[in-house]
Ligand binder design. Structure first.
Ligand SMILES: NC(=O)c1ccc[n+]([C@@H]2O[C@H](COP(=O)([O-])OP(=O)(O)OC[C@H]3O[C@@H](n4cnc5c(N)ncnc54)[C@H](OP(=O)(O)O)[C@@H]3O)[C@@H](O)[C@H]2O)c1
Length: 270
């Protein structure tokens, strides 16, 4: 069987079906021939089979996604270790729970892939970090390829997951907070709020397109330079940005998020 057919016939089973599981399912459902099932505390309004017992889901699935909150993982793994998961791939997006934690319940022989996606996986635009205890094995590589189709996927040492979470997990909120500052300034125009949002959306989409079209030829610094005329308005704003070291302050935002992610990894309280 070639890799394409193998990938198409993979059965994906979700343990827990909340926000992230929904997003992953939405992202994957366009893939041809895949089968899905889920196990959760209650049945959801979704067109995929609900398994009332975890055992049934484990029997069904080739890939078992652990889609529960960190504080619920221990209970789920305690249940899961009572079932035969040999030969199956366990995928965990659970924040702050390393592969070694899962191995403590399921054993070191269990194939585990740890990921850190974001909700944009629903429209196949997630940036997803991936780590595994079976580097190079075909199932892990196939999963990596699949996540790559859901946006961009990158192999990352687990020690990098906290920083990655602060940039790519929390990042959309930070960028939106920046846009919010633009919006507050634009209140002076006295335009309706939805129209301001539309204008800002166009600004960010235009910027993204400018970045997308040129990123292979120019660095970010050069792209900024291209918009900046000597002695002009952009130059004045950028001078202030640099004098006040706003970039450095913004790094503080990322550091704070990373620190919180590290604390949560230690305490398991996320
Ligand atoms: N949301 C994100 O953007 C995001 C991004 C990256 C990583 N993550 C990670 O993904 C995981 C899931 O996050 P989420 O936002 O999807 O959480 P969520 O919306 O709260 O969903 C959690 C799911 O777990 C189920 N569950 C809890 N205890 C259970 C049990 N004992 N047996 C069966 N099902 C159980 C719940 O079932 P019921 O609905 O039936 O109660 C619910 O469907 C978290 O660990 C988080 O760290 C999330």
């Amino acid at each position: 069987m070639n890799t394409f057919i193998q990938r198409c016939s993979v059965k994906h089973g979700f343990i827990g079906f909340g926000n992230l599981a929904k997003a992953v399912y939405r992202g994957l459902e366009e893939e041809k021939g895949m089968q899905f099932g889920y196990f959760a505390r209650s049945r959801k309004e979704i067109p995929i089979p609900f398994h009332e017992r975890m055992e049934e889901l484990v029997e069904f699935a080739d890939v078992i996604w652990l889609m529960v909150k960190p504080q619920d993982l221990e209970g789920i793994l305690t249940q899961l270790r009572q079932h035969d998961t040999r030969g199956k791939t366990i995928v965990s997006p659970v924040a702050g729970k390393p592969i070694a934690y899962i191995e403590r319940f399921l054993g070191k022989e269990q194939r585990v892939v740890r990921i850190m996606p974001n909700l944009a996986i629903a429209y196949r635009e997630s940036v997803t970090a991936v780590a595994t205890n079976r580097p190079g094995c075909s199932e892990a590589m196939d999963l990596f390829d699949l996540l790559g189709k859901m946006g961009k996927a990158v192999w990352l040492e687990e020690s990098g997951f906290d920083l990655f979470t602060s940039v790519f997990g929390s990042g959309p909120a930070f960028i939106l907070a920046f846009i919010q500052t633009f919006k507050e300034k634009m209140q002076e125009f006295n335009l309706p709020s939805p129209l301001l949002d539309e204008l800002l959306l166009e600004l960010t989409q235009g910027t993204t397109t400018y970045f997308t079209r040129n990123q292979q030829r120019y660095s970010i610094e050069e792209l900024i330079q291209n918009i900046t005329s000597k002695g002009g308005t952009t130059q004045a704003g950028l001078d202030y940005f640099r004098e006040q070291q706003l970039g450095k302050h913004f790094e503080g935002v990322l550091d704070a998020a990373r620190k919180r992610s590290e604390e949560m990894s230690r305490n398991g309280d996320n």
